[in-house]
Design a binder for this molecule. Sequence first.
Ligand code: ADP
Ligand code: CA
Ligand code: CA
Ligand code: CA
Ligand code: CA
Length: 416
Amino acid sequence: VECKRILFLMTPATYRSGAFLNAAQRLGLEVVVGIDLPETLSDYWHVPLGLDFSQVEASIQTIIDFAQTHPFMAILSLDDSASELAARASVALGLAHNSPHASEAARDKLLMRRLMSAGGAPCPIFREFWLHADPVEMARQVSFPCVLKPRRLSGSRGVIRADTVPEFVSAFHRLKRLLINEGYSENETSFLVEDFIPGFEVALEGLLTHGELKVLTLFDKPDPLDGPFFEETIYVTPSRLSGEMQQAIAQCVATAARSLGLREGPVHAELRVNDQGPWMLEIAGRSIGGLCSTVLEFGSGICLEELILRHALGEDLASVERDGGAAGVMMIPIPKAGILRSVHGIEEAQAVPFITGIEITARLHNQLVPLPEGASYLGFIFARGETPEAVEEAIRQAHQHLHFEIRREIPLLNRS
Ligand code: ADP
Ligand code: CA
Ligand code: CA
Ligand code: CA
Ligand code: CA
């Protein structure tokens, strides 16, 4: 029997690993996990492939050496952290994958904007500024309202709207502090300032095959996202936008993918829609984040992760469609900083009609950090129903039942 072996690259923290590992098991794949470990641990942890994603050359070599005796059919980065590594290792091993350049462009918002606007995808006017420069000087060059944005963070971290010069200056200092805390150097780091695009936001899940985009699903984000911070909350599919607008959105994403050179595998794209049509926010060469994919099913009971694995193994999925009905998920935002003391109302929330699950992912007694600095959610609410309206309403009701007791206090122990 031919052994189908696949390499998953992931950080220890990713939510997506469970769904991908289960899907791989269902498909009878042998999985090798390449995990990003801190240097101090990688010598001691006997996982098959302890990698340091920041040491790209060494990681590629480790993967090549391993593949000599254990060849892979595909390499998949489960989150953004290793998409460029997956691309470069795939080149070295002759495996189908997005090119390293495309993978980099999908990770770096400045490169992404340059390529998308050159490629004809409608996007906001953008400018590059440096952390060491004078914010008052910058503020003279931008038009308001605008959005300050780091190049390589995700989950809306560090994305801040400013309507005035003073707001711009304080947003700048906040972003600078965050980036320096993340290890970026003041002298060598630039960021983006974009015109604020008003409108309704959507997210598209798609699959690219030799450059052709197949739309898997289009989500509406019914909560207004007007800033100053942009926490994602509810995603509902199918979209309630007109068929015509949905076509335009798909076109826009196809143009964006083409202009970056993304050609293979999953894409998650985010757009704004207003009376001028769709505008690209960003496109990533991976599937939707967090546990959100839980609500999606395709071709009678296949999950998104299984679809992505089958695609990576070369299966033709042209005829696969999302299973009928409406589905939605809420990423439960962190309302304020503090220690999570208790969570109440889960049973009541679960009992709301159409609610299919509640996952609280924040851990009790841990420090919670809201946006724009924080990188996590309290958890997820999942729903399925007849209509997007019913699903959205169920999610809102369930959320109202949940009570998170968050106390502002100094933790006695160091966070670690
Ligand atoms: P991230 O990779 O951190 O998710 P995004 O570019 O997607 O960064 O920005 C996060 C959110 O900020 C978007 O989903 C959107 O709501 C808002 N946003 C970003 N850029 C703009 C913009 N130019 N105009 C309006 N809203 C924006
Ligand atoms: Ca590391
Ligand atoms: Ca992103
Ligand atoms: Ca985003
Ligand atoms: Ca997002």
